[in-house]
Design a binder for this molecule. Structure first.
Ligand code: SF4
Length: 873
C-alpha cells in the first residue's frame, strides 16, 4: 500500500493517480490523461518520503508516504504561481487555481517577454501572454493528431511557443482543435468559446454523432439557451471508443451551416417556371397528387446523410406505399462494391472488425484511402499506431500523408488494383507464406486459386502497375508474417470497373493469412458518408430489404408484409444508373431525392442533368437550394443532423444515437416527419411520434441483425450489429468461427483494364480534409476560408511539358466535359496522374467522369477518367 495524507491506497500508476484515488486535490497544469506525462509545470509537486517530486511523472511505489498539503507546499505553489505570473497572464482553469493559491503577481518584476497574439486562422486564436509553457499543445498535436505544428523557441525568459510560420494560418495546422481542447490557460482558444464568454447564457451539453464522415465521432455539443432561442456554442469530442475525445476540423468547427442565411425556410413549388414559397399543406398535397398520378413510374434516392430511421421509412414508403423496389442510395456510388465483394467472399458485406483493432494490429495494410483527410480521426489513429512502431503498407497512386509515414508505399498506376492485389497473393503462395491450417479449415477454392494466382508474379505485373516487384514482394512478406495484419480500404478500391472484385482480392489476402475472426485483423472498409452503412443496412437498395434480406424469400416477405400491413412489390427494382437511363427514356416519370445533390456527386453530370430534366415531377428534400434542387418541382426543407433525433451507423457497424441539439430552423422539419407525412398524404397513414418507434419496428422486421436494438440500449457508446436479442452485447468482431456463407471463398479474378486507361492523363477524384462531399455544408462554414476553391494536382513533369506553372488556370477537358481550374504542381502525384475533388460547384468535376461502372455493383468509376489538360490563355 501507499499512504496519501495518511490514507492507504493501492500503489497503481503514478503518485498523481494515487492522490486522485485517495481523493486528495493535487493540481496539475500540464497533465492531460490522453497524453504522456510532461512534468513541465511542477504544479503537482507533493512531498514523497520527505522529497519534493512531480506527482504526474513519479511512479507510485509500495510503502511511499505522500503529503499533498503543507505550509511548505503552499509556499512553494504560491512562489511557482508568482513566477508564472512574471511571464504570463494565464486564464481559464490555471487562472482560477492561481487565484485559489493566493498568487498576486506582485512579488517579482514582470519580464519583458512580449506577448504575441495571432488571429490569422478562421477558427483559432493564440494569445501567448496567457501561455505558461506547459507543452500540452505540443504533446496533443503530436500524440493525438500526429502533427508537429508547435515547438518551444528561445531560452530562459525568452522561451515561447512557436509554430513554424509568421502567421498561424500558414502553419501545418489541420485545425483539429486538439491543442484547444487541452490548453489549460486560454492561450490557444477558438472563436466558438470566445463568443460564449462574450454572451453569457445558460449552457447544457448534448452528446450526439458527427454528421460528416463514416468514422462516427461522438460530439459533446454545448448548447446555449439565448433570448433568440438555443444556439450551438462550442463542440468537443466525447469520450467514446470511436474517437476518444478527438475530432477533426469538420466535426469540431464546421457547424455554421446550421444557421446559414441560405437555409430553406419554407417548401418551394414550381410556378410559371420559378420556385416560389408555399405552405407545408400545399406542398405535401401537391406531392401526393403528382406522385399518385404516376404510380408505377416512380423511383426514390435515399440519403446517407440522414438517419437510419429516415432511411428505413423512405424505403418502406417506396415499397409499401408507392409499390416499387426502385429505391437506392449513395452507397451505390461509393461502397456498394465493398458490400458486394465481401458478401461473395464471406457472406456479409461489412467491416469484420472494429476501429479499436487498429491498436491491436501489428501491420496495417491501407489500400486506396487517404485516411488522414477523408476519415481524419481514424487517419490520426492509424498515424499514432505507426508512430508507436506498428508497420504500415500503403497502396495508393498518390503520396498521401500516411504514404509518407509508411514502411512501404506501393504507388501504383490508377486502375491497377487488381493486378497488384493478385501479385501480393501470388508472393504469399509462391513463397509459402500462406496459413494452410486456416485455408484448409475455413476456405474453399484453394486448388483453382493457387493455379490462377501464380500468373500474377510482381515481376510480370510491374509493367502494368508501375510498381517495383521487390517492393511488392517485401510488402507481401510483411503482411503475411505479421501476427495480426489488418486490411483497411477506401474508395480508391471500390470506385473502379473492378471495384467489387478488388474487394474480393483483399478478402483473399486476409483468408490466406488466416487474418479473420480475431482481434487486430480483418477486412475493414473506411465508410465514406456518415450513414452510408446505415442507409444500406436499412434496405435503401433495390434488391435487398432492411437487414440485407432478399424480398423473394417467402419467410422474409411474409414478415415484412405482416409488420407493414401492405404487400411488397413483385417487380425487381432498378439501381441508380438504370434509374437515370429509365428517366432519359421517359419510362420513369417521377423521382423523390432525399438529401442528395446528384448533379454534383454523380458521374457524367450532363447525362444526370438530362435524366432529371426528363422527369415530369421531381421532389427534393434538402437543407439548401442545391444544384439538383434548382431543377425540382417541389423542394421540401429538411433538418440537419444537429436538429433532429435518430441514429447513424458508422463504418464499424456501430449504431449510435443522434440527438437534437437545437430546434430546426424556422420552417424546416426533421426528415422522418416529412416522410411520415408524405406517406400519409399518399394514402398510407402513419402514426410515428418519435424515431425510437421506427427503431422498434426495424428490430421487428430484421431481428437477426437488429432484434436487440432499442433506444434504451443505445445510450452510451451504441451497439455494433448484429444484435439479435435484447441481452446480446453486440458484435465487435465478425466471423470468429465460421462465415455466413459457410467457408470463405478464395476468388480467382483476372484483370480487365478500364476503357478510360491509355487515353492521355488519368484523373483521380477524391476529398480534401476541410470539405465534405459536394460541399453543401462545409462551403457554408469558415472552412471555406481555409480552402476556397478547387485545385488540380499535377506532377511537375506534366506541368512543364504543357508550359503550366503552379497556380495558373488550366482547362481540363474530355469528350464529356470541359472545366477550368487552378493548377497545383506537386510531386504527390506521379507523371500521368491528376487529382481533383468535387467539393466546388464552380468546378463541375463530375461533368468529366465517365459512365464506366463496377462490373458487379454498378458503382461509378470515379477514380479513372481520361482527360487532357491545357494552359488557359
Ligand atoms: Fe466527423 Fe469524421 Fe471528423 Fe469524426 S473524423 S469529426 S466523424 S468528420
Amino acid at each position: 500500500m501507499i499512504t496519501i495524507d495518511g490514507r492507504p491506497v493501492e500503489p497503481k500508476g503514478t503518485l498523481l493517480d494515487a492522490c486522485r484515488a485517495a481523493g486528495a486535490t493535487v493540481r496539475s497544469f500540464c497533465k492531460d490523461d490522453r497524453l504522456s506525462a510532461g512534468g513541465h509545470c511542477r504544479s503537482c509537486l507533493v512531498e514523497a518520503d520527505g522529497r519534493l517530486v512531480a506527482a504526474c511523472c513519479t511512479p507510485a511505489k509500495e510503502g511511499a508516504n505522500v503529503i499533498t498539503d503543507s505550509p511548505a507546499l503552499a509556499e512553494y505553489r504560491r512562489d511557482l504561481g508568482e513566477l508564472m505570473r512574471t511571464e504570463s497572464d494565464p486564464r481559464g482553469r490555471v487562472g482560477a487555481v492561481l487565484a485559489e493559491w493566493g498568487v498576486t503577481g506582485e512579488r517579482y518584476r514582470r519580464s519583458d517577454r512580449a506577448g504575441h497574439r495571432d488571429a490569422s486562422h478562421p477558427y483559432l486564436r493564440l494569445d501567448l501572454d496567457a501561455c505558461i509553457l506547459c507543452r500540452r499543445c505540443i504533446r496533443a498535436c503530436e500524440e493525438i493528431q500526429g502533427r508537429f505544428v508547435y515547438a518551444i523557441e528561445g531560452r530562459g525568459v525568452s522561451s515561447h511557443l512557436a509554430w513554424g510560420a509568421a502567421r498561424f494560418a500558414d502553419s501545418d495546422c489541420v485545425s483539429c482543435g486538439a491543442c484547444v481542447s487541452t490548453c489549460p490557460t486560454g492561450a490557444i482558444a477558438d472563436l466558438d468559446r470566445a463568443r460564449e464568454t462574450a454572451l453569457p447564457a445558460a449552457a447544457r451539453a448534448v452528446r450526439t454523432t458527427c454528421g460528416y464522415c463514416g468514422v462516427g465521432c461522438q460530439l459533446e455539443v454545448t448548447v446555449r439557451d439565448e433570448p433568440g432561442g438555443a444556439r450551438i456554442g462550442h463542440i468537443d469530442g466525447a469520450d467514446s471508443p470511436v474517437n476518444h475525445r478527438h475530432l477533426c476540423v469538420k466535426g469540431r468547427y464546421a457547424h455554421g451551416f446550421v444557421r446559414h442565411p441560405e437555409r430553406l425556410h419554407a417548401p418551394l413549388v414550381r410556378r410559371g417556371g420559378r420556385l416560389v414559397e408555399a405552405s407545408w399543406d400545399e406542398a405535401l398535397t401537391l406531392v401526393a397528387r403528382e406522385l399518385n398520378a404516376r404510380r408505377g413510374a416512380i423511383a426514390g434516392l435515399s440519403s446517407s446523410r440522414c438517419t437510419n430511421e429516415e432511411n428505413y421509412l423512405f424505403q418502406k414508403w417506396l415499397r409499401g406505399g408507392l409499390g416499387t423496389h426502385d429505391v437506392d442510395c449513395c452507397a451505390r456510388v461509393c461502397h456498394a462494391p465493398t458490400a458486394a465483394g465481401m458478401r461473395e467472399s464471406f457472406g456479409t458485406g461489412a467491416a469484420t472488425n472494429s476501429l479499436a483493432d487498429i491498436e491491436h494490429s501489428d501491420l496495417l495494410l491501407l489500400i486506396g484511402s487517404n485516411a488522414t483527410e477523408a476519415h481524419p480521426v481514424t487517419g490520426a489513429r492509424i498515424l499514432q499506431a505507426v508512430l508507436r512502431g506498428v508497420g504500415l503498407v500503403v497502396i495508393d497512386p498518390r503520396k498521401t500523408e500516411l504514404a509518407r509515414h509508411a514502411d512501404i508505399h506501393l504507388q501504383l498506376r490508377p486502375g491497377t488494383n487488381v493486378p497488384l492485389l493478385n501479385s501480393l497473393a501470388c508472393v504469399m503462395v509462391e513463397e509459402s507464406l500462406v496459413d494452410r491450417g486456416f485455408v484448409d479449415a475455413r476456405t474453399e477454392g484453394w486448388s483453382a486459386f493457387e493455379r490462377h494466382v501464380r500468373k500474377f508474379a510482381p515481376e510480370t505485373m510491374a509493367s502494368i502497375t508501375g510498381v517495383d516487384a521487390t517492393l511488392v514482394r517485401e510488402a507481401a512478406r510483411r503482411y503475411a508474417r505479421a501476427a495480426r495484419p489488418m486490411c483497411m480500404h477506401g474508395l480508391g478500391v471500390t470506385e473502379h470497373l473492378q471495384g467489387s472484385e478488388a474487394v474480393m482480392l483483399i478478402a483473399n489476402l486476409a483468408l490466406l493469412a488466416g487474418a479473420i475472426g480475431r482481434e487486430g485483423v480483418g477486412v475493414n472498409p473506411l465508410r465514406g458518408q456518415n450513414n452510408v452503412q446505415g442507409a444500406a443496412d436499412m434496405g435503401c437498395q433495390p434488391d435487398l430489404l432492411t437487414g440485407y434480406l432478399p424480398p423473394d424469400d417467402p419467410g422474409v416477405r411474409e414478415r415484412f408484409e405482416r409488420v407493414w400491413g401492405r404487400p411488397l412489390p413483385t417487380r425487381p427494382g432498378r439501381r441508380l444508373p438504370a434509374m437515370w437511363e429509365a428517366a432519359r427514356r421517359r419510362e420513369l416519370k417521377a423521382m423523390v431525392l432525399f438529401g442528395e445533390d446528384v448533379l454534383q456527386t454523380d458521374p457524367d453530370a450532363n447525362a444526370v442533368r438530362a435524366a432529371l430534366e426528363s422527369l415530369e415531377f421531381l421532389v427534393v428534400q434538402e437543407l439548401f437550394l442545391s444544384e439538383t434542387a434548382k431543377l425540382a418541382h417541389v423542394v421540401l426543407p429538411g433538418a440537419s443532423f444537429l436538429e433532429k433525433d435518430g441514429t447513424f451507423t458508422n463504418g464499424e457497424r456501430r449504431v449510435q444515437r443522434v440527438r437534437q441539439t437545437v430546434s430546426p430552423v424556422e420552417g424546416a422539419r426533421p426528415d422522418w416527419r416529412i416522410i411520415r407525412d408524405l406517406m400519409t398524404a399518399t394514402g398510407w397513414s402513419q402514426g410515428y411520434q418519435h424515431p425510437s418507434e421506427i427503431m422498434d419496428e426495424i428490430a421487428r422486421v430484421a431481428p437477426a441483425m437488429f432484434g436487440g436494438m432499442s433506444y434504451a440500449r443505445l445510450e452510451g457508446d451504441g451497439l455494433q450489429w448484429p444484435v439479435p436479442t435484447a441481452d446480446h452485447p453486440g458484435s465487435p468482431i465478425l466471423h470468429r468461427d465460421s462465415f455466413p456463407r459457410g467457408r470463405g471463398a478464395l476468388a480467382c479474378v483476372d484483370y480487365v483494364p478500364s476503357p478510360e486507361l491509355g487515353r492521355g492523363l488519368t484523373l483521380v477524384t477524391g476529398r480534401l480534409l476541410e470539405h465534405y462531399n459536394c460541399g453543401t455544408m462545409t462551403r457554408r462554414t469558415p472552412n471555406l476560408a481555409i480552402v476556397s476553391e478547387e485545385r488540380l494536382e499535377m506532377n511537375p513533369a506534366d506541368a512543364r511539358s504543357r508550359g503550366i506553372a503552379d497556380g495558373e488556370m488550366v482547362r481540363v477537358k474530355n469528350e464529356r466535359g470541359d472545366v477550368r481550374v487552378r493548377a497545383r504542381v506537386t510531386a504527390a502525384v506521379e507523371p500521368g496522374t491528376l487529382f481533383m475533388t468535387f467539393h466546388f460547384p464552380a468546378t463541375a468535376t463530375n461533368t468529366l467522369t465517365s459512365d464506366v461502372r463496377d462490373r458487379m455493383s454498378d458503382c461509378p468509376e470515379y477514380k479513372v477518367t481520361a482527360v487532357e489538360v491545357t494552359r488557359v490563355g
